[in-house]
Structure formats: structure tokens, C-alpha cells
Design a protein around this ligand. Structure first.
Ligand SMILES: [Zn+2]
Length: 195
């Protein structure tokens, strides 16, 4: 982790956490960071109409909050990529994303899903399955999928390359860059944090 000024000295950072603020674009009120998430893998061709997890169909096309299957051949799980925030203590920024799994590992994940006990599983190889705004193409970056117990989304860890998203995951993301990423995703909160 590179050196970074302590964000406790940044009035915008303090404003973010001190009291609720409103996003100037969508008007939503938040306290702290907004979670960003992709509702489906980039490869999913249709709308984000989600079926319940219990309706999972391994043989065709399927999308729910946690699982996706394409043509009975490509298997995806909803995960989260965490980026440590430079100067933010232990705060991490989490972006909801999708990764592929092999059919075998997808079935292992499914078998343990309802029990919520998944610490003994993985990590498994996957291909990162979203294009994130503000980065050179992120689709199909190599990653490891780490299942997490307690009904939490698995964590995606990118192969440590010089891709900017991998660099930010392994070395941290600056607060300014984080605000830029939020703006690119429809939540420009920079004005709101200076009120
Ligand atoms: Zn917003």
C-alpha cells in the first residue's frame, strides 16, 4: 500500500460519513459510500429481468441475483471486487460484479450456497465478466473467485497485472479517483460533499 494522506484531514471524506448527503444526479440520500453494482454479466444479452435463485435452469439461459447461465454452457456468479481506499483506514470500496466459473466449480458453489458455509471452497479461476466505466476494457481479466461464508458474495481478486483495476485492487484507490468512478456511474457526489 503506497503512502497516502490520511483522509481524516479531508473535509469531503468527513462530510461523506458525518451526516446524510444527497446525490446531485439521482437525488438519493446516503450516508457513506454508495455501493455500485452490475446487475448482470456483460455477456447477458437481454434485460435485467431476474428469476428467483430457486428457479435455476442449468440447461438454457438464466439470470437471478446471484447466478447466470448462458446457453447451458457458460456459468457466472455475482461477486464483489473490493478496492482498499488510500488513506481511508480499513475502508474498502466494493463494486458488485460477475465472474465466470467452470461448470464443476459452479456446481460446487451451488451445492454450498444455501448452507452459507463456503469458507472451505475455492479460490477458483474465473474470467471477470463486466466492463467497468473509467477503465481500459475489464472484460475477461483473469481472476480468482473466493467464496465467503455467511451468505456474503464471493470476493473477486484480479490477477496482479498492470491493468489499472488490478493496480487499484492491490495497491489502493485514491478518494478523488473513487469520486470519479462514482460520477462515471451516474452518481456525481462531488458537489454534495462540499455543501
Ligand atoms: Zn446518485
Amino acid at each position: 500500500m503506497q503512502d497516502a494522506a490520511d483522509l481524516a484531514d479531508d473535509p469531503r471524506w468527513r462530510r461523506l460519513w458525518d451526516k446524510p448527503w444527497s446525490c446531485s444526479v439521482c437525488g438519493e440520500t446516503h450516508r457513506g459510500l454508495i455501493d455500485l453494482a452490475c446487475g448482470k454479466p456483460a455477456q447477458w444479452p437481454g434485460a435485467e429481468d431476474k428469476a428467483p435463485n430457486s428457479a435455476l435452469d442449468l440447461g438454457g439461459n438464466f439470470l437471478s441475483e446471484d447466478f447466470c447461465v448462458l446457453e447451458g454452457q457458460h456459468f457466472f456468479v455475482r461477486a464483489v471486487i473490493e478496492l482498499p481506499i488510500l488513506g481511508g483506514g480499513n475502508r474498502q470500496f466494493g463494486f458488485g460484479v460477475w465472474s465466470t466459473l467452470s461448470r464443476e466449480n459452479f456446481l460446487r458453489y451451488l451445492a454450498a450456497f444455501d448452507s452459507g458455509e463456503q469458507d472451505g471452497l475455492g479460490p477458483w479461476f474465473g474470467w471477470f465478466s463486466n466492463r467497468l466505466e473509467g477503465y481500459p476494457d475489464t472484460l475477461n481479466l483473469k481472476c480468482q473467485v473466493h467464496p465467503v461464508s455467511g451468505r456474503k458474495r464471493p470476493r473477486v481478486v484480479l490477477e496482479p497485472t498492470d491493468h489499472p483495476l488490478a493496480v487499484e485492487q492491490h495497491h489502493g484507490i485514491s478518494f478523488d479517483r473513487l469520486l470519479e468512478i462514482h460520477a462515471l456511474n451516474g452518481h456525481d457526489i462531488r458537489i454534495s460533499l462540499s455543501d
